[in-house]
Design a protein around this ligand. Sequence first.
Ligand code: C2G
Length: 153
Amino acid sequence: MGKTVLTYGTFDLFHIGHLNILKRLREYGDRLIVGVSTDEFNAIKGKKPVVPFEQRLEIVQSIRYVDLAIPEDRWAQKREDIATYDVDILGMGADWEGKFDDLADVVELVYLPRTDGISTTEMKRVLSAFDARHVEELKSTIDSIAQIVKELS
Ligand code: C2G
């Protein structure tokens, strides 16, 4: 049986940073299993995803580099998952550097550099800024038109 790689994440508003790490982690073995954080677990992580868990799970499962997507609903499940799926490598982005080294007795740890310039947080900020600014621009345009109509009548 080849090497099994395992990783975890929320994968909200799936973007190139998520794709890059899944693609690169898949290269470390022969199959990649991904634990996708449930909405309830995200509440524990202090995150409120835009995309519901069922959709995030289906998207991740559909990625060609992913062999199996499973729910992640608690921090402590990693050791169980490593045993259940006979995992050889636990891989995470570098923002998690060292955080899971307590599992070094049962798995090889790999931390990969994050993809610069992209994050779900940044995407949400841009989207919200656009909404607010866009509404303001629309309102002022409507006010200007209303003023012109008033002057013409
Ligand atoms: N990532 C990346 N580059 C980015 C953004 C994210 O490499 N620009 C990586 C993260 O380092 C992580 C994975 O993509 O390894 C998923 O990121 P998130 O969806 O933000 O997951 P996170 O909230 O870090 O959850 O138990 C572990 C947690 O569930 C990890």
